[in-house]
Design a protein around this ligand. Structure first.
Ligand code: SF4
Length: 410
């Protein structure tokens, strides 16, 4: 099989993995001409997006799509009738370098089906990263998927070469995992996340010491498939909160389940709406950066599901109209962060600006603070919404966005 055919198969097989962001690592470049690549977006680095909107600026491939395991939701499972392919480590290295030189990518995302044994598979994955770093002085971004059962020494070696390591938690609950991926062991997955956390903590504690061992400076992340089981959004967010808290994950990626050919009857026939994935990312953001508790984000009256037609912060504000209108010139930062449409930057700009003068409508424009969603919920020096507007049943309709206009702003 020629390398192009392998690439077609193994890039396609990797597309189901959502974790591909390269933010958060140490800044490196090769302006000293002693290597190649950079971890920061810059000249000559192309960013492109898959039809579903995911960033694919990393060369995202599997080393092989052959697998001993039979996870029901996975197109590469042992019983799947797909064409199998396998890169040698040298082929994966060559492709990464060729793509980088052509400015197609800013780094490599490498995962693999499990062949022979977890250790053998992990060795192959590490070999690619090691060769890129040591033989070719590659300084671009490397994200490696970690095999949970692999030996400690291999995990340490992976962290030496990779910017980010990840282990997929796969599905939101242990019960679902044992039903859909019986060969996977949630305890092994969590144990390895714990091992990674210890190594990350050690690296952080010694980072200023000369010759301190390097370990995945962009931390660890995970991916959760949503819609393959019946877990509601509240359960998904509770699992995420537990993972962030226990293992200090940088990101939990949510990947909407894609129906696969010849699927088991245990799986749904239809994919969940992609917007559900988007709402979960917004809710995840609210939990981590806006001080919301999970119980505030999801509504028990909606069966623990996030609304699909409006963002979760707007939904919260509409459920708590008694807390509004909020006086922008007096509110605390925490309160400002709860105003629909106000993000962290907007809240900080408001707080800085109001030290000098009361803020009015025109000031919001000058400060680049979005006001479309906020106006019915705030009081300004020259603006006060009519009480009837805030109480109106029509307020929700006013905010229902057209699906094409969905964005990540709050
Ligand atoms: S171990 Fe990974 S590649 Fe193998 S079947 Fe499960 S999800 Fe797919």
């Amino acid at each position: 099989m020629d390398i192009q055919r392998k690439l077609a198969i193994l890039a396609d097989a990797a597309k189901y993995d959502a974790s591909c962001a390269s933010s958060g690592t140490e800044q490196r470049d090769s302006r000293d001409k002693k290597g190649m690549g950079s971890t920061a977006p810059g000249m000559g680095i192309c960013h492109s997006y898959a039809p579903d909107g995911r960033c694919i600026s990393l060369l995202k491939i599997l080393l092989t799509n052959a697998c001993n395991y039979d996870c029901l939701y996975c197109i590469n499972r042992a019983s799947s009738n797909v064409t199998r392919a396998r890169f040698t480590a040298e082929e994966a290295v060559r492709l990464t370098l060729d793509f980088y030189r052509r400015n197609y990518i800013e780094g490599l995302f490498l995962s693999s089906g499990i062949i022979r044994s977890p250790n053998y598979t992990m060795e192959q994955v590490v070999r690619v990263a090691k060769s890129l770093r040591e033989d070719h002085h590659f300084r671009g971004y490397i994200h490696l998927k970690t095999i949970p059962e692999a030996d400690d020494a291999l995990i340490a070696e992976a962290g030496k070469y990779a910017d980010r390591l990840s282990i997929n938690i796969e599905v939101p609950t242990e019960t679902s995992l044992s039903k859909l991926a019986p060969e996977k062991d949630v305890h092994a997955i969590r144990k390895t996340m714990g091992r990674l956390r210890l190594k990350l903590d050690e690296a952080e504690a010694t980072k200023h010491e000369p010759k301190a061992p390097r370990f995945a400076p962009a931390g660890q992340s995970t991916q959760m498939i949503i819609g393959a089981d019946t877990s509601n959004d509240q359960t998904i967010l509770e699992t995420s909160a537990n993972l962030y808290g226990s293992y200090q994950l940088r990101r939990v990626y949510y990947s909407a389940f894609s129906p696969i050919p010849d699927a088991s009857h245990k799986l749904p026939l239809q994919a969940p709406p992609l917007v559900r994935e988007h709402r979960l990312y917004q809710a995840d953001w609210l939990m981590r950066f806006y001080g919301f508790a999970i119980g505030e984000i999801t509504d028990p009256l909606e069966g623990g599901m996030l609304p699909l037609d409006i963002d979760p912060k707007l939904a919260w504000a509409l459920r708590h109209r008694d807390r509004f209108p909020l006086d922008v010139n007096k509110a605390s930062r925490e309160e400002l962060l709860r105003v629909p449409g106000f993000g962290v930057k907007a809240a900080d700009r408001i707080i800085t600006s109001r030290r000098f003068a009361n803020i009015g409508l025109r000031d919001l424009g000058r400060l680049n603070v979005p006001k479309h969603k906020a106006l019915p919920f705030i009081v300004l020096a020259d603006h006060r919404p009519a009480p009837s507007q805030l109480d109106s049943n029509r307020l929700l309709n006013r905010f229902r966005p057209k699906p094409a206009q969905l964005g990540f702003t709050f």
